[in-house]
Design a protein around this ligand. Structure first.
Ligand code: G3H
Length: 530
């Protein structure tokens, strides 16, 4: 499982380190004079393995965290700032400007995505392109939301002009597995709806923001986007303690989400937008098309090494087909190519967290102690930055890998006789994001689907679990999410309905008509945004 450094194409070599010397606060890229943290890749650039130094980022203190918060607070100005009161068309213009500038940075961002988090080249390109699409789709959707609101309603003798307004200051914390896409899928809707933001990148996937800093600075008014670097505990804790954060938007795990939100002094004021952990099961019924099921399960379990909240993390296979399924799944798994992200046809790539192979090994050891076996030949083979995916069978409830979200390359297989078993397990589990069901008999599928939709929020029929297309709702039950994201839902999530009401009297109507005629208000207008 060695990767050769000779294969690093020139365009992907680290010829220059990226030193992020500034942070973005109040529209200024402020030079940081304090400590810096080294950013290293687990990918080696030398024949003898050695993590590669990629650059440095500021290690900001509480003071700079609060400075960024105050800038966002000032720009929002309790709803009276320029950004939250601006015309929708003007906010859209800023966003378009940002997207145009961002597009020019594709190569730099994609290269850093590969080095920082080990994401394969096609997936890194997809992450960038999907994010650009997300921005344009959000703009179009907001125009539609605005068009739908460009009218008056009248009920019970009261005219009403209803729109969606911003919520305030958003603290935005993204994950390392989609450091661009998932973070921007929070940041973009939050901004376009008129909120102001403080954004702190995740531990891995941080330098890839450097090429975009100027675009943020150039495109938005001062204080609307503030970007800080450093440790969550040092920065997020004091920020939350001020009580000035109106929305905590976080993609990560429930433990840190709970710890961060607990610091807020006014619980009822804080809105939460969370995408959290999941343990999405695949259920393979005896009448499933096995070729199709194995294809989908391989991609669901192994794409980006299983480091996706939507990955298939446990497989329930009917006992009549489990031996055949295991045999074929194991062969397919062993045939997957491991290599550096830019290598052709590579599926498995280095893990960005240096301690991840050891953690996966712990799960394997625990399962083996309790009676499971690794059933694929290469399963568990370890190198400095990887552990080859293991297929573990038979897995039982007592094993850690049954319960814990592995977020890495190991797949537990549970065999079942009665469909009630996976249903009961799912009902008892702390997670509730998605499930994949493989089968064809409508009589079996129908009641199963009717139950599964109440246990999770997306039932994938003969298909792997996934978030996209991004127009579909992305959410979960129990510990898997708070609030719903999609291009449309995110606009709702980061805003609140607010309206102007006036009794239907000649006096009021004359005022409303004049407001409309003179186009004096950014809120009361019925302009149709093209
Ligand atoms: O980590 C969770 C991501 O939202 C998964 O998105 O299903 O498109 O890979 P994806």
């Amino acid at each position: 499982m060695k990767t050769s450094i000779k294969e690093i194409p020139n365009k992907y070599k680290i010829s220059e380190l990226v030193h992020q010397k500034t942070y973005l606060v109040n529209g200024e890229l402020k030079a940081w004079k304090g400590d810096f943290t080294e950013v290293k890749s687990t990918i080696s650039s030398t024949e003898v393995y050695k993590p590669t130094l990629l650059g440095t980022v500021p290690n900001l203190t509480e003071k700079e965290g609060l400075e960024a918060l105050n800038a966002a607070h000032k720009a929002y100005n309790k709803g009276q700032g320029m950004w939250p009161t601006m015309r929708v068309a003007d906010r859209i213009e800023c966003m378009e400007e940002f997207a145009e500038q961002m597009k020019t940075k594709r190569d730099e961002v994609v290269k850093l995505l590969m080095w920082e988090i080990g994401k394969a080249l096609p997936d890194s390109e997809k992450e960038f392109d999907r994010t650009i699409d997300y921005i344009y789709d959000t703009i179009e959707e907001y125009k539609q939301v605005d068009r739908d609101a460009a009218k008056f309603e009248k009920h019970g003798g009261v005219h009403a002009h209803i729109r969606r307004g911003p919520l305030g200051v958003v603290l935005c914390l993204g994950p390392y597995n989609y450091p661009l896409n998932e973070t921007f899928a929070l940041l973009i809707p939050a901004l376009i709806m008129g909120n102001t933001t403080v954004f702190k990148p995740a531990k891995h996937g941080v330098l890839l923001l450097s090429p975009l800093m100027e675009a943020f600075q150039n495109s938005f008014p001062e204080g609307v986007v503030n970007i800080i670097y450093g440790r969550g505990r040092v920065l997020a804790t004091p920020i939350m303690k001020t009580g000035l954060v109106d929305v905590l938007a976080l993609i990560g795990n429930s433990k840190s989400a709970n710890a961060i939100q607990a610091n807020h002094p006014y619980k009822n004021r804080l809105r939460l937008v969370f995408g959290l952990e999941a343990k999405n099961p695949a259920i393979i019924l005896p009448d499933a098309d096995l070729d199709l099921a194995i294809n989908e399960c391989i991609s669901g379990a192994t794409s980006f090494n299983g480091q996706r909240c939507t990955a298939l993390k446990i497989m329930y296979v009917h006992e009549d087909i489990v031996d055949e399924f295991n045999k074929r799944f194991a062969e397919r798994l062993d045939a997957l190519k491991f290599g550096n992200p830019w290598e052709e046809n590579v599926v498995l790539t280095p893990l960005p967290e240096p301690d991840k192979p050891a953690y996966i090994q712990e799960l394997i050891d625990d399962a083996i102690d309790k009676g499971a076996k690794i059933i694929n030949k290469k399963g568990g083979q370890t190198s400095e930055n990887y552990i080859f995916p293991s297929l573990l069978y038979p897995v039982t409830k007592e094993m850690r890998v049954f319960k814990e979200e592995q977020f890495g390359p190991v797949t537990p297989i549970v065999s079942f006789k009665n469909i009630q078993q996976p249903l009961d397990d799912m009902a008892a589990s702390n997670y509730g994001q998605q499930v994949s069901v493989f089968g064809s008999n409508v009589k079996t599928l129908a009641p199963l689907i009717d139950t599964l939709v109440n246990l999770v929020c997306r039932v994938n029929l003969n298909s792997a679990a996934q978030r996209g297309p991004d127009v579909y709702p992305f959410t979960g039950r129990k510990d898997s999410a708070v609030a719903t994201l999609s291009v449309h839902d995110a606009l709702r999530t980061f805003s609140i309905r607010t309206f102007v009401a006036a009794k239907d009297t000649p006096y009021n109507n004359a005022i409303l008509e004049e407001l409309l005629d003179k186009k004096a208000s950014n809120f009361i207008n019925t302009d149709y945004l093209l």
